[in-house]
Structures are given as structure tokens and as C-alpha cells.
Design a protein around this ligand. Structure first.
Ligand code: NDP
Ligand code: MG
Ligand code: MG
Length: 332
């Protein structure tokens, strides 16, 4: 079972006695930097030349410098720039300025797990990853609560890396809710698997296949859209609140019976075997290496897949229907 840590297990003064650089001011970066500051931590934000986030960080009272300068000043460096560019930012702005005893922090394990970033043995390497988007992390902190975090140590040069990670988690509200100990490997592999097999990949393909099946059988696309995509939110909200049990308690007995008898025919042995294959490609690095190659080639296939879905009947049907629903917020 997972090991959990709360406020009483963490010593805030550890991070208050360090100098923190938060690189990036997006979803996670803004939440970390602001809450660290409000917890009495000496923090600066490192942003590249021409960054869109710079004005916002300054407006919110934070000091912004170039990434390299922030790293030079600080002894705890939290990397919250997009994952595919972290290795480049590390080579250019971090590695040349790292000192023995510094700590390198991550919000996701990908770059360490797959060796895209190889820190020297003389620094701590830690992860503090909130299990929620940055805006929720910040809002919960301001309300005196917190979003649960996971924390990990890949390299413990100081001998105190986990206490430092817990202290950091406390400063962003994580230990108010609970911090689960994990490893970079477990976090990176399960995160990739979850988003590919279930959350994004699995769900998107399930929706598309269901929609196509109804439309090909002659049903109206608008009706198919409601049944296969729109209503998904209702179901997921119930699962989020009370697991599969609450969803099954809430839907009709007919729907529940259909769930038991037809669900396993959709996610069948072949699907499960494919899931294992996908997990294998995550574990052996095939997925991460292919993704980096695609990213560095300028995203040719990524853009092709994106365009095909954006032009699909599912997308155009959805656009039309959502405009009828005044309460649906299309902002991205
Ligand atoms: P975002 O895309 O929201 O923000 C990235 C930030 O990095 C932006 O402020 C961007 O500036 C800045 N940036 C881009 N290039 C550079 C550079 N060269 N130097 C300095 N800053 C740069 O990222 P997220 O917050 O979503 O993700 C950050 C990390 O957190 C990732 O490792 C991610 O996996 C992890 N994470 C994210 C979660 C989430 O909910 N989003 C949840 C848990 C972990 P600009 O505005 O100019 O583009
Ligand atoms: Mg992910
Ligand atoms: Mg129905």
C-alpha cells in the first residue's frame, strides 16, 4: 500500500531556507511560484526571452529573470516548462550553472526516466507532482486546502532529498491533502499508460468508434453525438464522485445490465493484450523515443492526426450542437 505524508510529516523551514527558481509560468509554474512565495519561500521565476507568461508573473508580484540567471541565483530548481523542451532548457540554461548540493525538481518523471536529462551525481533529483491542474492547485492553496501530490527522489546526493521534497510539497499545499511516495519510473510509466490506454487515447477512440457505428447504421449524427460523447460527462462525474458503484447506482438497471454484458465484449482479451503491448513500449522506451523524434522533426504526424480529427463529422456535429447549449464553455 502507498505511503502517505501530511503536514505534520513535513518541515516547511527546509524549503524556506533555500532559494527556489521556478522555470516556466504556465499551468503548474504559476501555482507553484505563487504558493511558494505565500509560504514564505524565496522564489524567482525563470522565463525565456519573449515569453507570453512574463507580464502575468510580474503583475502577480514575482521577480522574473532569464532561466540561466534564475538557476545561478537558486539552489532548488523546479523545471515546469513543457516536457519535450526540458532537455534543451536543461542543456542550455541549467547544466552550466548547477552547483554541488543543488536540487533539481520536476513535476513529471518523463525526462529523467528516459534519460533525456542526466543530472550530475552531486545534486538531489526530486519530483513533486500535484494530481490536478495548476489552477486547482493554486485555488485550493488559497482556500486553505490542497491538492494531493506525489513525491519521489531519483537521486539523494544530500541524504535529505525526500525531506526537501516534502517541505516543497507543504509549501504548495500538498501535505494538507496528502502526499504519496512514488518513484520517477512508476510516475512516468503509469502517467503515459493512463493517458494513452484510458484517459485520452482509449476514451477518444471509444467515442469515435461508437459514433461511427451509429452513423454508418443510418442514425442521425446529432443523436449519435449526444449518446456517444455528450453524455460521457454525466457518467464520468458519477465515477469521479463515487467510483463505478455510484455510476451503477445512478443509471437505470437496463443500462447497468448492458454494462455487464456488453462492456467486456468491447474491452475484450484482444484489447487487454494490446494494452499490455502499449505498456511494454512505454516500459522499454519505444514510445518516449518515438515521441521525441516526432517532436524534433516538427510534429508532421501529430499535425496530420490532429487535422483529420478536426475535419471529422464528429467534430463538425459537435461544434453545431455545442452552440445550442449556452452553458457549455468552449474556452480553451
Ligand atoms: P504549460 O505549457 O502550461 O507552461 C509552460 C511554461 O513554460 C509557460 O509559462 C511557457 O512560457 C514556459 N516556457 C516555455 N519555454 C520556456 C523556456 N525555454 N524557458 C523558460 N520557460 C519556458 O506547462 P504545464 O504547467 O502544463 O507543465 C509543466 C510541467 O508540469 C510538465 O512537466 C508537466 O508534465 C507537469 N504537470 C502538468 C500538469 C498540468 O495539469 N498541466 C499536472 C502535473 C504535472 P510561454 O507562456 O511564453 O509559452
Ligand atoms: Mg501526462
Ligand atoms: Mg441513453
Amino acid at each position: 500500500m502507498a505511503e502517505l505524508f501530511y503536514d505534520d510529516d513535513a518541515d516547511l523551514s527546509i524549503i524556506q531556507n533555500r532559494k527556489v527558481a521556478v522555470l516556466g509560468y504556465g499551468s503548474q509554474g504559476h501555482a507553484h511560484a505563487l504558493s511558494l512565495r505565500d509560504s514564505g519561500v524565496d522564489v524567482r521565476v525563470g522565463l525565456h526571452e519573449g515569453s507570453k507568461s512574463r507580464a502575468k508573473a510580474e503583475e502577480q508580484g514575482l521577480r522574473v529573470t532569464a532561466p540561466a540567471e534564475a538557476v545561478q541565483e537558486a539552489d532548488v530548481i523546479m523545471i515546469l516548462v513543457p516536457d519535450p523542451i526540458q532537455a534543451k532548457v536543461y542543456e542550455e540554461s541549467i547544466a552550466p550553472h548547477l552547483k554541488d548540493g543543488d536540487a533539481l525538481f520536476f513535476g513529471h518523471g518523463l525526462n529523467i526516466r528516459y534519460d533525456f536529462i542526466k543530472p550530475p551525481a552531486s545534486v538531489d533529483v526530486c519530483m513533486v507532482a500535484p494530481k490536478g491542474p495548476g489552477h486547482l492547485v493554486r485555488r485550493q492553496y488559497e482556500e486553505g486546502r490542497g491538492v494531493p501530490c506525489i513525491a519521489a527522489v531519483e537521486q539523494d546526493a544530500s541524504g535529505n532529498a525526500f525531506a526537501l521534497a516534502l517541505s516543497y510539497a507543504k509549501a504548495i499545499g500538498g501535505t494538507r491533502a496528502g502526499v504519496i511516495k512514488t518513484t520517477f519510473t512508476e510516475e512516468a510509466e503509469t502517467d503515459l499508460f493512463g493517458e494513452q490506454a484510458v484517459l485520452c487515447g482509449g476514451t477518444a477512440s471509444l467515442v469515435k468508434a461508437g459514433f461511427d457505428t451509429l452513423v454508418e447504421a443510418g442514425y442521425q449524427p446529432e443523436i449519435a453525438y449526444f449518446e456517444c460523447l455528450h453524455e460521457l460527462k454525466l457518467i464520468v462525474d458519477l465515477m469521479y464522485e463515487g467510483g463505478l458503484e455510484k455510476m451503477r447506482w445512478s443509471v437505470s438497471e437496463t443500462a447497468e445490465w448492458g454494462d455487464y454484458v456488453s462492456g467486456p465484449r468491447i474491452i475484450n482479451d484482444q484489447t487487454r493484450a494490446e494494452m499490455k503491448k502499449i505498456l511494454g513500449e512505454i516500459q522499454d522506451g519505444t514510445f518516449a523515443n518515438n515521441w521525441m523524434a516526432e517532436y524534433n522533426a516538427g510534429l508532421p504526424k501529430y499535425n496530420e492526426y490532429k487535422k483529420a480529427d478536426e475535419d471529422s463529422l464528429l467534430a463538425t456535429t459537435g461544434e453545431k450542437l455545442r452552440s445550442l447549449m449556452s452553458w457549455v464553455d468552449e474556452d480553451k
